[in-house]
Design a protein around this ligand. Structure first.
Ligand code: PGA
Length: 252
């Protein structure tokens, strides 16, 4: 019997949002409605400066909040960094690790990403581990192998559906308006689940695998209902309550 996985639609606000953006979060909370909340987990990952404010605003609502990155250590002399413990203390329940912008802007390796995921687990956060190939890698026919290697290198041992979410985000689809075909997404998600099962056995069937990269209200229905796709990691379109909720409604 196939395993039922509860969809997760997550918003990655990246380096966007000021205190007044709390109004957008409130609009999401007000607009989401019971039928949606019953079917879909909703998550917003604002910049670290807004985390405590958003967690307070979203307390008791169907929307969880999460961080966008964490340091591997709990505390110490690391100017400008934020630890998983700090995110949890501010009210986060999830943290994104290994986003392609972190991998390219900050030269994060799979090993670094794995250490960050372990840091998330140390403090009870669910890690959303991001993987994805570049355009050149896809054109060279290397996409499946590149992503499989990223999963093997970035996901720590001992993953469970409660502690791990994987986000497949082709680098060339992020912020570009381009999206892969549904067939390519299904092939990649199937491969990610197969690689996860090498590590996590039967538990891999319960782990949620999100698609990310230019998900919009106009293209979400086919992507989110594809085989092995258990939700979305949404960048630009998560900044507006109407668009974010329209995407989540793909599951209604
Ligand atoms: P996008 O970003 O939806 O703006 O393409 C997705 C992401 O980077 O998580």
């Amino acid at each position: 019997m196939p395993v039922a996985r509860r969809p997760l639609v997550a918003g990655n606000w990246k380096m966007n949002g000021l205190r007044h953006s709390g109004a957008e979060l409130l609009a999401m909370i007000e607009g989401c409605g019971a039928p949606l909340a019953e079917k879909v987990d909703l998550l917003i990952c604002p910049p670290a400066t807004l985390l405590a404010q958003f967690a307070a605003e979203a307390a008791g609502s169907p929307i969880a909040v999460g961080g966008q990155d964490c340091h591997k250590k709990a505390s110490g002399a690391h100017t400008g960094d934020v630890s998983a413990e700090m995110l949890a203390d501010a009210g986060a329940r999830f943290v994104i690790v290994g986003h392609s912008e972190r991998r390219s802007d900050h030269q994060e390796s799979d090993e670094t990403v794995r250490a960050k995921a372990q840091a998330a687990w140390r403090t009870g956060l669910t890690a959303i581990v991001c993987v994805g190939e570049t355009q050149a890698q896809r054109e060279a026919g290397e996409a499946l192998a590149v992503v499989a290697a990223q999963v093997r290198g970035s996901v720590p041992d001992g993953a469970s559906a409660d502690t791990l979410v994987v986000a497949y985000e082709p680098v060339w689809a992020i912020g570009s308006g381009l999206v892969p075909t549904v067939e390519d997404v299904e092939e990649m998600h199937g491969e990610i689940r197969r690689v996860l099962s090498e590590r996590a056995g039967a538990e891999a069937a319960r782990v949620r695998i999100l698609y990310g990269g230019s998900v919009k209200p106009e293209n979400c229905t086919a992507l989110l209902n594809a085989a092995d796709v258990d939700g979305a990691l949404v960048g630009g379109a998560s900044l507006k309550a109407g668009d974010f909720l329209a995407i989540a409604r793909a599951y209604l």
